[in-house]
Design a protein around this ligand. Structure first.
Ligand code: NAD
Length: 353
């Protein structure tokens, strides 16, 4: 196994691992550990080149620093990628080698599940290092994060409603959810419980039909969903959905959902603000997954009540972001970034004083 450091400005450590025996070609990026060890998932993707993978892993690691800093998880930001075809190249040896690569970081990087990685894969990673989170409850982990992410998003939507309408009450509010998968599906259920008028759309038509029949939601086709009048738009499918094409069509007062990187570019956050739409930054709203997993590191291990208590704080974090944006006259997405930077700088100052 050959591990080589790759110098990247502004990052504590980025390294490449090539393991001929198992066929592993992977990268780990640790962006910042001021607030704690860098936690971020492992993804397995067929990148065009190592350069593309490097671009992705450093961008995602920095995103994790911001997400954890705002969510106050006591963690820093990191990420890892395996370059290859997840359909054909998975093997226990490959994941064990990945575990040894993670272990080479001595605990400054902690891994978890991400794109194309299952809990079974993580178990093999765990054979090479103890620095793995997100295993099942039976194995001492915090289990599937999606229901927590969904709950946290609802907390975020209520906080955004309070800021915009003066009340967290969602009854009668028309909430349009794009993508009713693991997170969006559970969000729909929780929002309906709170009396919202839930409208769903998904490219999986059968799933939409089943959910509408079971829970009585309204539905709209994916092609026409942006023309549907609503109060709150919750993108819960893929990233980059808020862009030049979609913004002029939005009829909502609030954009708040779980989809990662929902702004195609940062300027799209500003454009939402200019149109009078309150944007609840994605990584502040969808942080419950990382909050839940961070509780695994508490003394005595994972306790659900502790996780839930921290998840409720998403409301306060979001309000802090909204206030900072108003005070400084900046977009809410810029304010979230600033809040993360302020928290990191404060921790650095406390350490040196
Ligand atoms: P998922 O794959 O279970 O669900 C995504 C759903 O979106 C699927 O039902 C899919 O059919 C649908 N979809 C895809 N493209 C669509 C389109 N163009 N229009 C409408 N529907 C479309 O994924 P998930 O775990 O629910 O995650 C959803 C989003 O939330 C992702 O962006 C993910 O990165 C983010 N996120 C998830 C978690 C988590 O805990 N699962 C945590 C943080 C962020």
């Amino acid at each position: 196994m050959e591990i080589t450091d790759i110098p990247v400005e502004g990052y504590e450590r980025v390294a490449r691992c090539i393991d001929q025996e198992s066929g592993l070609h992977a990268l780990i990026a640790v962006h910042d550990t001021t607030l704690g060890p860098a936690l971020g998932g492992l993804r397995f993707l067929q990148y065009e080149s190592e350069e593309d993978a490097l671009f992705d892993v450093v961008r995602l690691a920095r995103g994790m620093t911001r997400k954890s800093a705002v969510a106050d998880t006591g963690l820093g930001g990191g990420k890892s990628v395996i370059i290859g075809n997840p359909e054909t190249q998975k093997s226990p040896e490959l994941f064990r080698a990945m575990g040894r690569f993670v272990d080479n970081f001595g605990g400054s990087y902690i891994t978890a599940e991400d794109m194309n990685i299952s809990i079974a894969d993580l178990r093999h990673v765990r054979e090479g290092t103890p620095h793995v989170t997100g295993l099942s409850r039976e194995e001492g982990g915090s289990g599937n994060p999606s229901p927590y992410t969904a709950y946290g998003c609802v907390v975020g939507i209520e906080a955004a409603a309070k800021h915009r309408y003066g009340s967290t009450d969602l009854s009668g509010k028309r909430i349009l959810i794009q993508g009713v998968g693991a997170v969006g599906g559970e969000m729909a259920r929780l929002l309906k419980e709170r009396g919202a008028d839930v409208i769903i759309c998904d490219i999986k038509e059968d799933r939409v039909a089943d959910l509408c029949e079971e829970f009585g939601y309204r539905s709209v086709s994916e092609e026409n969903h942006l023309d549907e009048e609503c109060d709150i738009y919750a993108p819960c499918a893929r990233g980059a959905g808020i862009n030049d094409e979609t913004i002029p069509r939005l009829t909502c007062d609030i954009v708040a959902g779980c989809a990662n990187n929902m702004l195609l570019e940062p300027r799209h956050g500003d454009e939402l603000g200019q149109r009078g739409i309150l944007y609840a930054p994605d990584y502040v709203v969808n942080a419950a997954g990382i909050i839940n997993v961070s509780v695994e590191r508490h003394e005595g291990g994972y306790v659900e009540e502790v996780a839930m208590e921290k998840i409720h704080r998403i409301a306060e974090n979001l309000e802090e972001v909204f206030q900072l944006a108003e005070e400084r006259g900046i977009g809410t997405h810029t304010a979230a970034q600033l809040l993360a930077e302020l928290r990191i700088e404060r921790a650095k100052a406390q350490r040196t004083s």
